[in-house]
Design a protein around this ligand. Structure first.
Ligand code: PXG
Length: 292
């Protein structure tokens, strides 16, 4: 690894950026994080990512020892220090160094680090041909055990589901909630197009309120499309006109097959493509400037 990593207030060479084996982020997955994109020297939706980081931290009673503005500034400085114009940023806050017990009171100071890296884009083929998905047997965490709307470091639920997708030879997998309603994929939100309107599961079904999800809902509303948050089951996906996923890394990616059923005509849909084009225009026209 090269480049500079922000670690607890300092920019340090990547190979010297180390956290303790006693950090509860490592011992227990006790912490929160964000994945953020930079496009053309600007950071996309930085305030929303920082806001979600603080909401996630508040949800697990983790007090971030910085203000929103300080966190945003640290992200910008880390990207600038690495000379990155297009990249992926990982912002992480852990409970910090403690002892071997669970008690978070032993962790006196949260660990804050920021990695700014170049991004490995999804293969172009995913966008041109669309994804084939499976439904994972692993259900999404239930909200009254560990709320999926909080972006915590405890990603085992998603990783176990991801292992299922790897074994099935597909790039993503759909996760249901404990009642069988469609929730989201292992690292992406899901949308359906039904008769010209856009449908996505509401956050209370047990999904991460994705930043890309919110942007796509905004774009669709701006185009005069009806957008609704509704609970639905697998049969709605199988019978949708179009289906696509959203996420910071994937952006908008069409889905053409689920569990062996073709969706629509089995090709990326027209509305999906229109929303993708608008999304690309938007990410290149706004964002927090890094170099001005
Ligand atoms: N749902 C889940 C469970 C996620 O982890 C999204 C939806 C999309 O949210 P945004 O805000 O990015 O539109 C995510 C975020 C990866 C990876 O390597 C993906 C995420 C997080 C960390 C790693 O694919 N996705």
């Amino acid at each position: 690894m090269n480049g500079l990593v922000y670690l607890d207030g300092k920019l340090v060479p990547a190979d010297e950026a180390k956290v303790s084996v006693f950090d509860h982020g490592l011992l227990y997955g006790d912490g929160v994080f964000e994945g953020i994109r930079a496009y053309n020297g600007r950071i996309f939706r930085l305030e929303q990512h920082v806001e979600r980081l603080f909401r996630s931290a508040h949800g697990i009673m983790l007090e971030i020892p910085m203000t929103h503005e300080e966190v945003a500034k640290a992200v910008v400085e880390t990207v600038r220090a690495n000379g990155i114009r297009d990249g992926y940023i990982r912002l992480v806050v852990t409970r910090g160094v403690g002892d071997l017990g669970l008690d978070p009171r032993k962790c006196l100071k949260p660990t804050v680090f920021i990695i700014a890296a170049t991004i490995e884009l999804y293969p172009e083929e995913f966008y041109e041909k669309g994804l084939r998905l499976i439904t994972c047997t692993t259900r999404r965490n239930i909200a009254d055990a560990l709320d999926p709307s909080l972006k915590t470091l405890n990603y085992l639920n998603n990783i176990i589901a991801k292992i299922e997708t790897v074994r099935a030879g597909v790039p993503e997998g759909l996760m249901l909630n404990s009642l069988g309603y469609v929730a989201e994929c292992t690292g992406d939100n899901i949308f359906l197009v039904e008769g010209g309107r856009l449908v996505t599961p509401p956050v209370h079904v047990g999904v991460l309120p994705g930043i890309t999800r919110a942007v796509v809902m905004e774009i669709a509303a701006g185009l005069g499309m009806a957008v609704s948050e509704e609970m639905f089951r697998l049969s709605s996906v199988y019978n949708a006109d179009e289906c696509f996923l959203t996420g910071t890394a994937a952006e908008l990616v069409p889905v053409v097959e689920l569990d062996g059923r073709l969706i629509g005509d089995g090709k990326p849909g027209r509305i999906t493509q229109l929303l993708r084009d608008r999304f690309h225009e938007l990410v290149r026209s706004e964002g927090t400037p890094v170099y001005e």
